[in-house]
Write a protein that binds this ligand. Structure first.
Ligand SMILES: *Cc1c(COP(=O)(O)O)cnc(C)c1O
Length: 397
């Protein structure tokens, strides 16, 4: 474990092994303290540096950093013009925010079932559903493919369908910073309008809380920048009214305070510097799981051929779903913080009120009945990894 020093943290290791956790170095702490000693705690220059850093890493023209990926999804939907009565589709196997952003805009939500092998949105099901929606005049305005666990969806196929059916695409790449699709970084928006990433502590890099929307479209970028800060315009060249006065600004729409502060941006910028190392390390750990678990009655979810995953998650699927509850509870009892990613969104009480019910998306429900995530984060030691595997083996026996 040569790389471990890089990931050593400053907290006492507890016995409990979570499924994910942040990685904070001395340099990260220095970067944040430097901001604390500076003039600006918010709306300074570090934010711009962080945004530029993200744009370079993912190869996008623009990056708009905000206080969460949930906020990023919301302003992305607004920038694409999502309105009351429009449809937004996403995968039922995602964090609730991928669907909620549509509700914030007054849109109606629907889901597309997943592919059995990759557990990502099924292209076949999507195509079928689009055909039907066209006949019923209910085509979606926006589709949000979710790169579950850090594996990119088949973006080329989704993009092709968008040309035929005329919807916009937001990639929910919350898990996939540092991942690749067809050897290009996820977030380059080659096959989408906007991509969003999350910087929650369990994600690939963190800002405490935070997120970013990236795009190559100038108009969307401007709109999202405005929306993140109350749609208050200070640039006189963009004023609608010609009234003199140095103190003037114009509020040209209804926006929000979704800003990321300078401490968060400094932490993000410092973390971004070791993105490749973090993703390498995650790949190494995932490979070890694959090796150690290969003779057990379970599968790690498959990563499509054209994808380099950032491995936010190590999801396993048990062959025998009868033992799912028992194994899950057993892991937790032994101090292993396994987690289900995710309970299908359409079966959450809030979404059931829209008429969704059990049986609507059988492959997603099947996935949830036999899956959970094993711990995966840069500082996970070989010792703990072997312990996790050992406990899992005993529980499955
Ligand atoms: C974490 C996550 C989000 C929301 O991220 P926040 O930064 O916590 O708002 C959205 N979508 C997916 C798939 C996520 O995993």
């Amino acid at each position: 474990m040569k790389n471990l020093n890089l990931f050593k943290n400053f907290y006492k290791n507890s016995k409990y092994i979570p499924y994910g956790r942040q990685n904070i170095t001395r340099d990260d702490i220095k970067a944040v303290v430097k901001v604390l000693k500076s003039e600006f705690l918010t709306q300074g220059n570090v934010l711009e540096d962080f945004e530029t850093g993200v744009s370079i890493k993912v190869n996008s023209k623009y990056a708009i950093a905000v206080n969460s990926a949930t906020s990023a999804l919301h302003i992305a939907c607004l920038a694409l013009g999502l309105k009351k009565g429009d449809y937004l589709w996403t995968s039922p196997i995602t964090f609730v925010a991928s669907a909620n952003c549509g509700i914030y805009c007054g849109a109606k939500i629907d889901f597309v079932d997943i592919d059995q092998n990759s557990s990502l949105i099924s292209i076949k099901d999507l195509e079928k559903k689009l055909k039907k929606a066209k006949l019923e005049n209910k085509l979606p305005k926006i589709i949000i493919p979710v790169h579950l666990g850090g594996s990119s969806c088949d973006m080329k196929a989704i993009y092709k369908l968008s040309e035929e059916y005329g919807f916009s695409i937001i990639e929910d790449a919350s898990h996939a910073l540092g991942g690749k699709y067809e050897n290009q970084p996820v977030g380059n928006c080659k096959y989408s309008d906007i991509s969003i990433f999350s910087f929650h502590p369990v994600k690939i890099i963190t800002t405490g809380e935070g997120g970013v929307a990236v795009t190559n479209n100038k108009k969307y970028a401007q709109k999202m920048q405005d929306l993140r800060s109350h749609c208050i315009i200070k640039d006189r060249n963009r004023f609608k009214e010609n009234i003199p006065g140095q103190w003037r600004y114009e509020m040209q729409g209804l926006g929000f305070n979704y800003r990321m502060n300078e401490m968060q941006a400094a932490l993000g910028l410092s973390q971004l510097k070791r993105l490749e190392k973090i993703v390498d390390r995650r790949n190494i750990i995932h490979k070890k799981y694959k090796e150690f678990l290969k003779n057990l009655p379970l599968k790690l979810i498959e990563v499509p051929e054209s994808v380099y995953s950032s491995f936010h998650l190590a999801v396993i699927k048990l062959d025998d779903k009868q033992i799912h509850q028992k194994v899950f509870a057993g892991m937790r009892k032994n101090g292993i913080g396994v987690q289900l990613h995710y309970s299908p969104v359409h079966l959450q009480p809030f979404y059931k009120e829209f008429g969704f019910k059990k049986g609507d998306f059988p492959k997603a429900e099947e996935y949830a009945s036999r899956s959970f995530s094993l711990p995966l984060y840069p500082e996970l030691t070989d010792y703990n990894l072997k312990k996790i595997v050992q406990i899992l083996k005993e529980l499955i026996k």
